[in-house]
Design a protein around this ligand. Structure first.
Ligand SMILES: NC(=O)c1ccc[n+]([C@@H]2O[C@H](COP(=O)([O-])OP(=O)(O)OC[C@H]3O[C@@H](n4cnc5c(N)ncnc54)[C@H](OP(=O)(O)O)[C@@H]3O)[C@@H](O)[C@H]2O)c1
Length: 340
């Protein structure tokens, strides 16, 4: 396949003060660059739509591991594509190879050959490699060190991370797995398709009471993707010695009154001390080796059928500008990807 001279990409036109809307992300044409030495030209097939983009385009993105996006720049994030040209002297990743990399939201991307991961030809579900649920795997195995038989709570269970986190907790030996969502329909799917023992629908009365009802002996491990009121309630339902892995901050990222880089929560620190609860935030960079380990185990579990990767595919790059809005509206279940 030869590359055209122009390709389409999704740009940021301005850093929105509130929640982003489709007009912040027009699809525009841009010259398709040629790969230089040590580089590859990749024709993207699919890319991930993820909540963290709200943070990266916000005015509060400074200090995060990934540099914030500026107006005029194309969006980026995990992508799956095929190598269509290699730069001079670039060996090891031939034309036709399927790879994952971090320059999504565009039809063609030039990436350094050492920044791509090759997708094995016999991979059972390459789209699953776009998932960022390695963070939940890392939080379960490195931060909270889940032990066999323990009770686990996953907040934001119907999102890309949460829909894998509950299944992974079970595979790692959890005795009871409970999740939260705002949708009764998603709650039903979490129980039926993903093996959650119970799911609490937020907005149906006091959350802490419902969480306690779902696990009367309390939670040993909490994987928190949300923060805010859900973290407050989760701590009220925690057992003595509970470990909390703080993975995400959906409550802040999807709050129109916040700028996207904060997620305040009220915490009864007296209770945290009394019950000897530990809280720790998860950052990939602090845990080298987790990503590779996760990819291997994810691939194995997909191949054996022990785990499924729930995802929704939006057809066409023209669907991309509205995709982030669809995410915070909670329209989809599991991982959301755009197929170019
Ligand atoms: N620490 C790390 O290294 C790391 C890595 C990856 C991701 N993360 C973070 O982990 C979190 C989860 O990521 P994700 O990919 O699973 O998210 P996602 O799939 O992008 O989130 C979509 C889900 O968010 C839920 N949602 C929308 N508004 C919400 C609100 N106000 N409060 C709670 N939930 C809301 C919706 O489900 P409902 O319909 O149920 O509301 C929707 O399905 C994000 O904060 C992300 O940035 C961190």
């Amino acid at each position: 396949m030869s590359a055209p001279s122009l390709g389409r990409e999704v740009h940021l036109v301005s850093n929105p003060a509130g929640l982003p809307a489709p007009e912040h992300f027009p699809v525009a044409e841009a010259p398709v660059p040629r790969p230089g030495a040590g580089q590859l030209l990749v024709c993207n097939r699919k890319f991930l739509v993820f909540a963290g983009l709200r943070t990266l385009i916000s005015r509060e993105a400074d200090g995060f591991q990934v540099p914030p996006l500026k107006p005029g720049e194309p969006l980026f994030g995990p992508a799956l594509g095929e190598v269509v040209a290699v730069g001079p002297g670039t060996a090891g990743v031939p034309v036709g190879t399927l790879v994952t990399h971090l320059l999504g939201w565009r039809e063609y991307a030039v990436v350094d050959a050492d920044a791509v991961r090759v997708v094995p030809e016999d991979h059972p579900d390459p789209v699953a490699l776009l998932s960022t649920a390695s963070a939940a795997y890392g939080a379960l195995t490195r931060l909270t060190r889940l032990r066999a038989g323990e009770t686990v709570l996953v907040t934001g269970a119907a999102g890309g991370v949460g829909s894998l986190a509950g299944q992974v907790a079970r595979l790692l030996g959890a005795g009871r797995v409970v999740g939260t969502t705002r949708s009764p329909g998603k709650a039903e799917r979490l129980r039926r398709e993903l093996g959650y023992d119970a799911v609490v629908v937020r907005g149906d009365g006091p959350l802490a009471d419902a969480l306690t009802e779902a696990a009367p002996d309390g939670y040993d491990v909490i994987i928190d993707n949300v923060g805010g009121e859900q973290l407050t309630a989760a701590l009220e339902a925690a057992r003595p010695g509970a470990r909390v892995g703080l993975v995400g901050a959906l409550s802040g990222q999807f709050d129109p009154t916040l700028a996207g880089g904060t997620a305040p929560a009220s915490i009864d620190t007296f209770r945290v001390v009394k019950l000897a609860v530990t809280l720790a935030g998860y950052q990939d960079a602090e845990h080298p080796g987790v990503e590779e380990e996760w990819r291997e185990r994810l691939t194995h579990w997909l191949r054996t059928g022990e785990l499924v990767h729930p995802h929704v595919t939006l057809p066409g790059i023209d669907r991309a500008p509205g995709a982030l809005q669809e995410l915070h509206q909670g329209r989809h279940f599991g991982t959301l990807v755009v197929e170019i």
